[in-house]
Design a protein around this ligand. Structure first.
Ligand code: AMP
Length: 279
């Protein structure tokens, strides 16, 4: 496995083509590793990028706290990845970034509402990584479902020629979606954190039983989570394809939620497919 700090080194190593990129911010856990395993199924050369992108953090967010441990991440990737691309800031942002990507209104909703500029920052860094590494495909987790929808849209509408592959959420045994931010939780918060997923499951069960009053379902879930000490950001039911308004017949829905527990922001989602499967 090669550790590259410059895009030119990644391109030299992938000159024959046929690479797949897994973009991450590091703090790697089993969720990231499942994406890397999927990358291996799709291509001979697997690139994992590790970069904590300053452009996607707000002024009062956890940029300086965010886990940074390249050596441990590299150890976890041994035998799974071919290239770890850990660029320096100067490689990613040679200038103050004045060029941006305009995203559709979805980028201002849900996570974009409470984190202004977040998805624009993500779009710019993903575009840079694609231009630098020139992969055939990139793997994203359903954990950040809104992000995945927007990245897919950007890639298609800007003809980037990178196939976007989405992978299921990897969870702890108690249901909590794995996240680099879970390590901010203290013991009591960690014990209560799986209730977010439990609320998604409860909402999904109501939908499966034929309940179609989406407002009632989401209001009840928010109230229950509030009572459990979560500060709710949103709990919503949307069309899975584009996170637009949900079809009234209850097919292909995504239930998405974000809440703060203590000081830790947690997000999660659950998709109910047309054939009744939960992903
Ligand atoms: P991050 O390092 O948090 O920016 O995440 C990098 C990629 O890993 C994104 O595509 C995430 O959606 C994905 N990811 C993070 N946590 C999980 C998880 N628990 N299961 C599956 N994918 C995940």
């Amino acid at each position: 496995m090669q550790l590259a700090h410059h895009a030119a080194a990644v391109r030299a190593a992938t000159a024959g083509g046929g690479s797949v990129l897994v973009p991450t911010m590091g703090g790697l856990h089993a969720g990231h590793l499942s994406l890397v395993r999927q990358a291996r199924r799709l291509a001979d050369t697997v690139i994992v990028s590790i970069y904590v992108n300053p452009l996607q953090f707000g002024a009062n967010e956890d940029f300086s706290l965010y886990p940074r441990r390249l050596q441990q991440d590299c150890d976890r990737l041994q035998g799974l990845a071919d290239i770890v691309y850990a660029p320096a800031d100067s490689e990613m942002y040679p200038d103050t970034q004045t060029v941006g990507i305009t995203l559709p209104p979805l980028a201002e909703q849900f996570c974009g509402k409470s984190r202004p500029g977040f998805f624009q920052g993500v779009a710019v860094v993903v575009c840079k990584l694609f231009n630098q590494c020139r992969p055939d495909a990139a793997i994203f987790g359903r954990k950040d479902y809104q992000q995945a929808i927007l990245v897919r849209l950007m890639t298609r509408q800007l003809n980037m020629g990178v196939h976007i592959d989405l992978q299921p959420i990897v969870r702890a045994d108690d249901g909590l979606a794995l996240s680099s931010r879970n390590e901010y939780l203290d013991a009591d918060e960690r014990r209560r954190a799986p209730r977010l997923y439990a609320a998604l499951r409860q909402a999904a069960a109501q939908l499966q039983q034929g309940e179609r009053d989406y407002d009632m379902i989401t209001a009840a879930a928010s109230a229950a989570l509030n009572a459990d000490g979560f500060q709710m950001d949103y709990f919503a039911i949307r069309a899975a394809a584009d996170l637009g308004m949900p079809p009234s017949d209850g097919s292909d829905l995504t239930i998405l939620a974000a809440a703060t527990l203590g000081t830790t922001r947690l997000i999660d989602n659950l998709t109910l497919t047309a054939d009744g499967a939960l992903i």
